[in-house]
Design a binder for this molecule. Structure first.
Ligand SMILES: Nc1ncnc2c1ncn2[C@@H]1O[C@H](COP(=O)(O)OP(=O)(O)O)[C@@H](O)[C@H]1O
Ligand SMILES: [Mg+2]
Length: 270
């Protein structure tokens, strides 16, 4: 199975550092208390995954994360019969395990998954909160401790990959975006160990490059790339080399666009 899973033990894990942009922590907690599923929208690398791991740890909930991809089918989430030493045994998938045991199940980039995944999510995301397992004949009722969180990036503008309204309207949604300058500087500095005064020009450059999104660039510089860039500088690379490696090369393969980005970078950070 081509899944990228990670599990955190309840209560034990340190709470991952997260700087809130608004009331999202409060919203998450209320959604959790009222058993409402949550949808996080926003560009790549702006803190969605970090937010979920922060909140799960804060609430002492086990977290199971699935990175969805275009080959991910419902059975990868629910489970399947597998051959084990001559016998066929049912093996729960990550979603089924979370429904049985409680905890947060986070489906990252849910629109990437195959269409049959929506069929599984629908009965779990209305007031029935059930997971029917056709293959075993069971119908599981989600316990109060179960919460479904999904994320997607509406910016890709791929009509085939948009989330259907019938699915979208089953979730409480939070929109994520890159944080305001001062907060982003604080995050990048905290994550990379580079002093804020050295981080500030990088954030200025990122903000400038983000305005080029849609014209020359498909995606703007993410907070994640800023953290990479600052980490490289903190480790001794020159700003020019770090910017090229972490803020220009990952954004484009087009030589002309690359040249344009270099010029913008050179004007801001000589
Ligand atoms: N609000 C925030 N607080 C702390 N770190 C953040 C925040 N937003 C982004 N980051 C940093 O950016 C990185 C990428 O964020 P991530 O949650 O993986 O993005 P996404 O899931 O939206 O693609 C994180 O590993 C973290 O270093
Ligand atoms: Mg993510």
């Amino acid at each position: 199975m081509n899944l990228h899973l990670s599990a955190t033990a309840p209560g034990k894990a340190l709470v991952p550092h997260y700087i809130p942009a608004g009331n999202e922590c409060e919203l998450f907690e209320l959604a959790w208390k009222r058993k409402l599923p949550l949808l996080l929208k926003g560009p790549t690398g702006c803190g969605k995954t970090r937010f979920v791991s922060h909140m799960a740890a804060r609430l002492g909930l086990p977290l199971s994360t699935v990175s969805c991809h275009d080959d991910l089918a419902a059975a990868d989430l629910t489970g399947r019969y597998l051959l084990k030493g001559g016998d066929t045994v049912w093996v729960d998938g990550p979603l089924t395990r979370a429904v049985r045991n409680g905890g947060v199940c986070y489906l990252d980039e849910v629109v990437e998954a195959r269409k049959d995944v929506a069929v599984v999510l629908h009965p779990l995301t209305d007031d029935r909160r059930i997971l029917p397992l056709e293959r075993t004949g069971e119908t599981l009722e989600a316990p109060a401790e179960f919460m479904l969180v999904v994320s997607y990036n509406p910016g890709y503008q791929n009509i085939l990959k948009a989330l259907k309204p019938s699915t979208k309207q089953r979730f409480v949604a939070i929109e994520f975006d890159f944080l305001p300058k001062e907060q982003e500087i604080a995050i990048v500095s905290a994550e990379s160990g580079l002093e804020e005064r050295h981080v500030a020009p990088l954030v200025n450059l990122a903000q400038r490059l983000r305005t080029m999104k849609g014209h020359d660039l498909e995606e703007g510089v993410s907070t994640r790339l800023l953290v990479y860039c600052a980490s490289l500088i903190e480790s001794g690379l020159t700003p020019r080399e770090a910017i090229s490696a972490a803020m220009i090369e990952p954004l484009t393969d087009d030589p002309d666009v690359r040249l344009a980005l270099r010029e913008v970078a050179g004007a801001i950070i000589p």
